[in-house]
Every structure is written in C-alpha cells, then in structure tokens.
Design a protein around this ligand. Sequence first.
Ligand code: ADP
Ligand code: MG
Length: 246
Amino acid sequence: MIELSNLEKRFGDNVVLKDINVAMSEGSVTALVGPSGGGKSTLLRCINLLEIPTSGTVRIGDEALSFRPGVKVATRDIQRLRRQTGMVFQNFQLFPHCTAIGNVMEGLVTVLKWPADKARARALSLLEKVGMAHKADAWPATLSGGQQQRVAIARALAPSPRVLLCDEPTSALDPELAQEVVDVLGQLAVEGTTMVMATHDLRLASKVAREVVFLEAGVVVEKGPVDTVFRNPQHQRTKRFIATLR
Ligand code: ADP
Ligand code: MG
C-alpha cells in the first residue's frame, strides 16, 4: 500500500535518508523509532512530500512518483500524492482562530469544496470518533493538549486519507493526556486505519503499532514485527537504543 524504494534525501551535502526501502501494507501500523536526528520526521515528510526526496520512488496505493536530482516534479502530481495522506504533528498545530469543529471542517470546505453542512456532519462524526463531540464549539486554546491532539487527529482523517502519518503525536503531552491519544490511535488501528508514526513513546509503539522500523543516521538498521524487534532485537544498535527507552 505504501512503498518507498531507493529513497534518498539530502540537505546540501548532508545525506539524511540513505537508500530507504520499506513497504507498509494496507491496515498496518508502523512505528518509526530511533535516535533524534536519525531522519524519522524527514521520512514522514518525504511520504507526504512536504519534503521532496532527492531520489527514489514514493508509492501510496495506486499513486506513485519518482524523483531524480535536478528533475522538477509537477505541483499537481505532488498534491495528488499528498492527498492520500493525513498528518498529525507533535504540537497539534490547530488553527487558533477556528473552533474544534471548524478545524476539522476547514480542509473539506476550502480544499475539497464540500458544502458547509456536509462538512459539518462529517466533522461531527469524526469528533465523536475521537471523543471530542462535546467540545465541537470550543476554541483550541481552551482545550488540553490531549484534547487538541484528538481534534488534530479528526482533522487529519477528515478527507479520508489512505494513510495517517503521525510525528511524535504524544511527545508534547503528560503521561495521562498521552494515554488519551494512545487510546484513540489504538482504536483507529483496530478499525484498520493504515498509520505510520514516528515516536519515542514505547507505550504508543508497543500498544498500537504492529511493525517497527528502526532508523539511525538515515539508515534502516532493523525492521520487523514489534514483538520481534522490541523483545529480541538483532542489531547491537537497536538493542542499545531500546534499552534507553525502558
Ligand atoms: P528525527 O525526526 O529522527 O529526529 P529529522 O528527520 O528531524 O530526525 O532530522 C534528520 C536530519 O536532517 C538532522 O540532521 C537534521 O538536522 C536534518 N534536517 C532536517 N530537516 C532539515 C532541513 N529542512 N534543512 C536541513 N537539514 C534538515
Ligand atoms: Mg523528528
């Protein structure tokens, strides 16, 4: 369903992702783990093309794009691939001037040109799904971090993306509020939502994800089922890193 082939990303001379080859099946949940600066955020941003890969291929469902240094890819093609994805950020990034339901409706109305009442109905059902329907008319500033992140998840899901990308979705939250977000993402996983999440949160990775990709210095050191990689890592570097999380 998602396939990254020979993916490379450079910032100037700095090679941040090196020959990444990973595939994620439909309905799978993958945790991207590894030390800070290892390239997790860049990898997520290369999947939704917030960063343009230097070379390699990104495929999501039936949409694929290949990149080569110096060859510009049409904005329209980038947008077509990006629409297959929804993104959740560490610091929520809700629009402060929109209510909770306004945040969820925004993309449906402005980008997809849905009529407001249809967008409102969809937004309300998504707020229900994340347990936030009772706060539909609240302003982001009045919500806890966990509540804001749940609204952000509803917003990311609004256009029915094929994959939900989450960059450290619980890292800005106290453990109790992080748990709310873990519960919501866990429920989405049960419902078959395809997700890729960068995280340091062992609880999130082990409770929600089924697959792990361990990324260090831009290289996939190890990948496999959560149980195998966390309980019985094969590589010294993975072992050392997982010991630091416990
Ligand atoms: P992680 O999310 O695993 O902490 P990142 O993907 O944020 O890692 O960063 C990987 C490397 O890419 C780091 O060395 C970082 O400095 C570099 N990097 C990330 N974004 C940019 C950018 N926009 N310009 C230059 N370097 C960047
Ligand atoms: Mg990061």
